[in-house]
Design a protein around this ligand. Sequence first.
Ligand code: GAR
Length: 218
Amino acid sequence: MTTTTASRPRIAVLLSGRGSNLAALLRNDCGGDIVVVGSNKAVAKGLDIARDAGIRTFAVSHKDFAAREAFDQALVNELNEHRPDLVVLAGFMRILTPIFTNAFAGRLINIHPSLLPSFPGVDTHERALAEGVKLHGCTVHFVTPVLDAGPIIAQAAVQVDDDDTAETLAAKVLLQEHQIFPYAVRLFCEGRLQVEGQRVRTLPKSPAQVTSGMAAGV
Ligand code: GAR
C-alpha cells in the first residue's frame, strides 16, 4: 500500500537563490507534496527549478516594505493561501520576525550551513576556517524566534582539510545538506519528530509505515 496524494502533507518552500536544496527535495521522496515555492527575489534560479517541476511560485520583495514585520505578514498571507502543513526554508536569506515564526510554529524547518550552535548567521564557512575547527557541517532545525537556535532535527559533519578554502568547504557541506534535508523533511511528514524542549526525538516508523516501505522497496 502506498500513501495516497490526498493524505500527504502540503509543503511550502521559501528560497532566495540557487535552489539546490529545493532540487534535492524534489529528487527524493520527502513524504509530502511541494505545493508552492516562494522567494523574496523575483529572479531566482530556485524559482525556475520549481516552474520546471510544474510547481506554483510567487515572489514578495522585502524591498516593497518599510518594516520587517510588514514583509513577514505579507509572506504569511501569501503562504496561507496554499494551506501548508509544513514551511521549509531552503536558502531563504531573510531574518524572520515572530510574526512569521509564530504563524508557523512547530511546522517551520530551516537548513543552515554549519554545525549549530556553532556559527549561526552568515559567512559560516569563512568563520569555520578562521576558527580553525576540524569538523564543520550542516544542520536542519525547527525555526523559533531566535535566529538559528531552534531544536535540531539532523546534522551532518565534514572534515576540514588543511587545503580547504571557503569555496571547497561550502561544496563539501552542500553535498551533505542534500542528504539530510530530504531526510529531515521526510521524518516530519511521517509524523516521527517529537520535540521535548531543545531536543528532537526521532520516533520509529509505525507498523503501517514499515509495511508501505516494504511494498515500495525502501
Ligand atoms: C545553503 O547552503 C543553505 O544551507 C544556506 O543557503 C544555501 C542555499 O543554497 N542557508 C542559509 O545560509 C540560511 N541561513 P541553495 O539555494 O542551493 O539551496
